[in-house]
Design a protein around this ligand. Structure first.
Ligand code: AMP
Ligand code: TRP
Length: 358
């Protein structure tokens, strides 16, 4: 067990009227980093103790931006390996790649007809990813949040662990569920599904590292797409690389404060303390009481030791797992079969509700 149970992650608000179920996804688009790990994967592992969980490698989402096919296949296996290495149990829970379960794409089409252009126009991730040349962005990138809503709702999932940056997409998912329930309310009642067919899923964003920032710039989030590899700790980095990256991490000339208030307007210091807190399970206040007044170099050394201790075994296990693609593929195939068994009857209900013949 890598982490002790953390009550703040498992005491989530139940969604009444539905079987409680967790769903989340990660895109297979390059190196997984400490932000993905602390913001998402650690929570995935924790939630297994309280809910049946479905964890998806979202390859359909990946191709909303150009991908090299052979690299995409490699990335799908790597994200799967990271899930397993971090402690996700693919037998008790479900791990699979999205494109294998066609109901995701099918429900996404129905949701494309529910979601409004105005809703999608507000999505900041689209604006960021499309950049200045919006005319040239793919239609898939624009419809991305509608597919994400389908991912979650095709299992009628009630809880979705994600980092802070996905909050807006989760709100859109709730809007889609609500509008579907309203638009078809008569039909849903006639077919005996009660007040609403879809739950309004709860985001699970709490925890000490919902937004891990770049090690080079405390105002930017740590991201797979940052051109500088020194901006992030990759799950595959070895101990020397981790040490070097923390040593070079941007800081300010002041020593660490002794109280949390002293971290205000010091984004780089705040980020490193947040990472330490998340990796150790200790509070920021406790850490500052210990390290406050001391030099950054001593704190960075302690942080490096901790990170190597926590991430080293995960990276090592990931390497072992990716050396056996046959096993990973078997996990994904088996997971997809069990995911389909849940999604298929839900998609059939949706067809009945919407008025398709089947
Ligand atoms: P992505 O890599 O965009 O597929 O993200 C996978 C998961 O990691 C999502 O739940 C994100 O919210 C989370 N995530 C990505 N970057 C960060 C970050 N810098 N800090 C915290 N969580 C993150
Ligand atoms: N959009 C998420 C991200 O970029 C990935 C994702 C796709 C997801 N479908 C999802 C997350 C469903 C949670 C639930 O990080």
């Amino acid at each position: 067990m890598l982490y002790e149970p953390r009550p703040e992650l498992t005491e989530t608000k139940p969604v009444p009227g539905f079987a409680q179920r967790v769903f989340s996804g990660i895109q297979p688009t390059g190196n997984l980093h400490l932000g993905n790990y602390l913001g998402a994967i650690v929570k995935f592992v924790q939630l297994q103790q309280s809910f049946p969980c479905i964890y998806c490698v979202v390859d359909l989402h990946a191709i909303t931006m150009p991908q090299e096919p052979a690299e995409l296949q490699q990335s799908i296996r790597e994200v799967t390996a990271a899930f397993l290495a971090a402690g996700i149990d693919p037998v008790k829970h479900i791990v699979f790649n999205q494109s294998r379960v066609h109901e995701h794409a099918e429900l996404a089409w129905v949701f494309n007809c529910i979601a409004r252009l105005g809703w999608l126009n507000r999505m900041t991730q689209f604006k960021d990813k499309a950049g200045k040349d919006r005319e040239n962005a793919s239609l898939g990138l624009y419809a991305y949040p509608s597919l994400m809503a389908a991912d979650i709702l095709v299992y009628r999932a009630t809880h979705v662990p994600v980092g802070e940056d996905q909050k807006q997409h989760l709100e859109l998912t709730r809007d889609v569920a609500q509008k579907f329930n309203n638009d078809y309310s008569g039909r849903i009642a006639d077919l005996g599904f009660g007040a609403g067919y879809f739950p309004l899923p709860e985001p699970v964003i709490q925890g000490p590292a919902t937004r891990v920032m770049s090690l080079r710039d405390g105002s930017k989030k740590m991201s797979k797409s940052d051109p500088s590899d020194y901006s992030r700790i990759n799950l595959s980095d070895d101990s020397d690389t981790i040490a070097q990256k923390f040593r070079k991490a941007k800081t300010d000339p002041e020593p660490l404060p002794s109280e949390e208030k002293g971290l205000e307007s010091r984004p780089e210091a705040e980020n490193l303390v947040g990472i330490y807190a998340a990796l150790s399970g200790r509070s920021r206040a406790e850490l500052l009481a210990e390290f406050g007044g001391g030099q950054f170099s001593a704190f960075k050394q302690a942080l490096t030791d901790l990170a190597v201790d926590k991430l080293g075994p995960v990276g090592k296990r990931m390497k072992q797992l990716t050396a056996d693609p046959g096993y990973i593929d078997q996990v994904l195939r088996d997971g997809a079969e069990r995911a389909s068994a849940i999604a298929a009857p839900i998609m059939n209900d949706v067809k009945d509700i919407v008025g398709f013949l089947r």
